[in-house]
Ligand binder design. Structure first.
Ligand code: UGA
Length: 434
């Protein structure tokens, strides 16, 4: 099957590379010519474990190529995936569909023969219907169908999520398009991954429902964590105990500094808007969004309390600023709320993050960047663990405490415990919900 992937960002690139590994012939398209050049040189513009090797293998096999020529790529394809960005529109919380609609128009003019146009970008309910209208208006003779195929990839584990998905969701309007989609995902049928075929609107809403539910689950445990702190309970024990109930499940019950990333904040906000517009307010999702903001702000109070009421003049070492480990993505990371508050409060902030420094240098002015945790801890008044990178999970706490001026730790991912901290010589240790 010949497939064009429009947009070679995170979703487009991972999907394109993985489809080529299924044996399909993929052309990844991007308007950014410098990105296309980079990809052609075999360089991967994002950090995603395993992507470089998989990309190289499929380029080598002649199944994967990169271009800025959308028309050429579309003309020779049986299916065209739209995987361009849908950022939150400034001001109103809506997903910005400019790029999706622009891509649809260009695809309409370029397609040659029956083509299935598949939206992979996360888009509000009704967008695929609109894409269909745009294509039909731009090219009344076009022989095409639209399909919705939301992605459920976690950054840092995207390849595994693509190759071994819990499910694939495909929204279509007829059997002809369903058959093309089935052919594209045939390798997964062979692995017994369930493929759920629905109408367009259900597929579109499934994506928002999944992300909003996960954001709710995290926020629920974060709220229980606040109460646990107040009443002297341990949220880790509670999460474990409720998670063993098969109806609840143990995943996504880790209390922390609030969810971030490129998806949960954007998608909860978009779902809230869709609800308002359809006169069915998403009250739970709206509350989740405001509790998540509160959770992030409480982390600042925690650090200030740890520093005896003021961070002014204090040297604070922050471990991890990306929104989660194994990514260099800083979008909506809790660090973007917490670190500026510390800098604003007069603290001297030092940061160690294995991948976050590239983006972080632009987004977190006024901090210094370091590579070695122990060297960066020299003379520090407090250490804050913000992102649970593996390299922060087994620190030599005695060595760390020994390097610091006052051994205080805010472990905002609960990777250590009060006993570990005390044994390591930390005089003060705070975590989340314990
Ligand atoms: C999320 C979903 O997990 C994917 O299924 C979905 O496809 C993707 O969004 C998307 O819409 O594209 P992602 O944003 O990469 O994936 O990251 P997650 O691993 O889900 O983490 C999101 C945030 O929640 C992070 O800030 C993480 O630290 C936080 N989190 C997660 C917690 O605080 N506690 C948990 O128990 C789990």
């Amino acid at each position: 099957m010949k497939i064009a992937m429009i947009g070679s960002g995170y979703v487009g690139l991972v999907s394109g590379v993985c489809f080529s590994d299924f044996g399909h012939e993929i052309v990844c398209v991007d308007v950014d010519t410098s990105k296309v050049e980079m990809l052609r040189r075999g360089e991967v513009p994002i950090y995603e474990p395993g992507l470089d090797a998989l990309m190289a293998r499929n380029v080598e096999a002649g199944r994967l190529s990169f271009t800025d020529d959308l028309a050429g790529a579309v003309a020779s394809s049986d299916a065209v995936f739209i995987a361009v960005g849908t950022p939150t529109r400034r001001g109103d919380g809506h997903a910005d569909l400019t790029y999706v609609f622009e891509a649809a128009k260009q695809i309409a003019h370029a397609m040659d023969g029956y083509t299935v146009v598949v939206t992979k970008s996360t888009v509000p309910v009704g967008t695929n219907a609109r894409v269909k209208e745009i294509i039909a208006e731009a090219n009344p003779n076009a022989d095409f169908d639209v399909a919705s195929n939301p992605e459920f990839l976690r950054e840092g584990a995207a390849i595994d999520d693509f190759m071994r998905p819990d499910r694939v969701v495909v929204g279509v309007e007829n059997e002809r398009a369903a058959e093309v989609m089935a052919e594209i995902y045939r390798p997964l049928y062979l692995r017994d991954a369930p493929i759920i075929t629905t109408d367009l609107a259900s597929a579109e809403l499934t994506k928002y429902a999944a992300n909003a539910f996960l954001a709710t689950k995290i926020t629920f445990i974060n709220e229980i964590a606040m109460l646990a702190e107040r009443v002297g309970a341990d949220v880790k024990e509670i999460a474990r105990a409720i998670g063993l109930d098969g109806r609840i499940g143990g995943k996504f019950l880790h209390a922390g500094p609030g969810y971030g990333g490129s998806c949960f904040p954007k998608d909860t906000s978009a779902l809230a808007r869709i609800g308002q517009e359809n006169a069915v307010p998403m009250r739970i999702t709206e509350t989740v969004m405001s509790v998540n903001d509160l959770v992030k702000r409480r982390m600042i109070d925690k650090i200030v309390d740890l520093c005896d009421g003021s961070v002014n003049g204090k040297k604070i070492l922050v471990l991890g600023v990306t929104f989660k480990p194994n990514t260099d993505d800083m979008r909506d990371a809790p660090s973007l709320t917490i670190v500026p508050a510390l800098v604003g409060g007069g603290a001297e902030v030092r940061v160690v993050d294995p991948e976050g420094h590239r983006e972080g240098k632009k987004l977190l002015p006024g901090v210094s960047w370091h590579e070695d945790v122990y060297a960066a801890a020299d003379g520090a008044d407090a250490v804050v663990i913000l992102t649970e990178w593996n390299e922060f999970r087994a620190l030599d706490l005695s060595r760390l405490a020994g390097a610091m001026k006052s051994a205080k730790m805010a472990d905002l991912r609960n990777i250590y415990g009060p006993e570990d901290a005390a044994e390591g010589g930390f005089a003060s240790y705070v975590s989340v919900g314990r």
